[in-house]
Design a protein around this ligand. Structure first.
Ligand code: PLP
Length: 403
């Protein structure tokens, strides 16, 4: 895929803030795959960040009932009382975070909650620590806010986890936020409670640093141990941890655009202040659907996890058998980060490799889109949330393309 240039201020009508950010490269690759498909090409898109499962029927039914019941108006900015209560139930039951509803807010996707939290709290030249490889939107949102990204490089050999020493060395008087995303996109990395406590011991010495704990993939873990999250592992830090969750990934509801956040009351109020002038509120119909998602049966998740785990194992085994590729087993989410460094002499860079694979009918996203260069990683992220037959065909195409 050719580099997608950041929008630069050659157009005098654009703001300096917009000129600092590039379009999302995951979305760009997916749009490109869709355009090729529409032009009649047979493309398997493994670039997209959403489960292929159908939204559970009880959630769809709740959305239809909401429409019939006339839930088609503005709601309160931070979400309906009903959804805030359902989100409080979700945070307590699924993550162990017990907070009153005034410390919970609802946005149009986890992405908007993160956008509002960072914009509401960052000033020019503040620093945000982001472990690399990272989810594409974190650095762009930080840049939009005028702040600086400080990459914390991680390696496959270390489970793509940051260490306490690395964190301690990176914190400066300008550090405002640490971003922790587990299970992580694009690596699937997870932390144990004791690893989080070791990071928490460093953070305890720096009271000015806030933590964005993005747990949006918490329901999709494949190891047998329970999910660990910073606000629970380190209760003494809870007053400066914002935990992000939602229904997009766990309930296959990406199009509904509902995300939830739990954290200190002052920050939740600040996010709602900003939201009152941006989206106003998340979609009323989607909010009703999210109530059903949080309050309804959760049993399907075990089955989804089982299917995703089988696909993960097939995908990792097939890729590791291809010369020049190396893939650690992701512990969560539905992505594998493939190291193709050994093929760079042939392809030049990983964008050229991703383009080569697209020409062979498979859309993946170059590791450089996720800050791969910050940690010396050249390769690609592949999503294994695709049906078994398509995934198997995609793996055959990749093998042929690299042969
Ligand atoms: C790590 C991470 N955080 C947050 C989000 C945002 O999810 P959404 O806005 O769809 O709820 C995504 C989506 O791809 C993600 O991968």
């Amino acid at each position: 895929m050719p580099a997608i240039a950041a929008t630069r201020p050659e157009n005098p009508h654009l703001s300096d803030a917009l000129a600092r950010i590039a379009p999302s490269r995951t979305t760009a690759m997916t749009d490109r795959a869709i355009a090729l498909k529409e032009a009649g090409h047979d493309i398997i898109a493994l670039s997209v960040g959403e489960p292929d499962f159908a939204t559970p029927p009880h959630v769809v039914a709740a959305a239809k009932s909401a429409l019939d019941a006339g839930a088609t108006r503005y709601t309160t900015v931070g979400g309906t009382a009903r959804l805030k209560a359902a989100a409080a139930l979700h945070f307590a039951r699924d993550l162990g975070i017990e907070l009153p509803t005034r410390q919970i807010t609802v946005s149009a996707g986890g992405k908007q909650a993160i956008f509002h939290a960072l914009l509401a709290s960052l000033n020019a030249d503040d620093e945000v620590l982001i472990p690399a490889p990272w989810w594409v939107s974190y650095p762009e949102i930080v840049h939009f806010a005028g702040a600086r990204v400080v990459a914390l490089p991680t390696m496959a050999a270390g489970g793509f986890r940051i260490t306490p020493a690395q964190l301690a060395a990176a914190i400066t008087p300008r550090t405002r936020w640490l971003v922790l995303n587990a299970p992580g996109n694009p690596t699937g990395a997870c932390y144990t409670a004791s690893e989080l406590q070791a990071l928490g011991a460093v953070l305890a010495r720096h009271p000015r640093v806030l933590v964005l704990s993005d747990d949006i993939y918490a329901a999709l873990r494949y190891a047998d141990r329970p999910h660990a999250t910073l606000a629970v592992a380190c209760p003494q830090l809870a007053e400066r941890v914002l935990t992000i969750s939602g229904v997009s990934k766990s309930h296959a509801m990406t199009g509904f655009r509902i995300g939830v956040a739990a954290g200190p009351a002052w920050l939740i109020a600040a996010m709602e202040r900003l939201q009152s002038h941006s989206s106003g509120n998340a979609c009323s119909v989607s909010q009703a659907a999210a109530v059903a998602a949080f309050e309804g049966p959760q049993g399907f998740l075990a089955e989804w996890r089982g299917r995703l785990r089988a696909r993960r194992d097939a995908c990792v085994a097939a890729l590791n058998a291809m010369p020049g590729l190396s893939v650690p087993v992701p512990e969560g989410a539905f992505y594998a980060m493939v190291d193709a460094g050994a093929l760079m002499a042939r392809f030049g860079d990983d964008e050229a490799l991703a383009l080569h694979l697209l020409n062979h009918g498979v859309a993946v996203v170059a590791a450089s889109a996720f800050g791969g260069r910050e940690c010396g990683l050249a390769g690609f992220r592949i999503s294994f949330a695709a049906d078994d037959a398509r995934l198997a065909e995609a793996l055959r195409r990749i093998a042929k393309a690299l042969a």
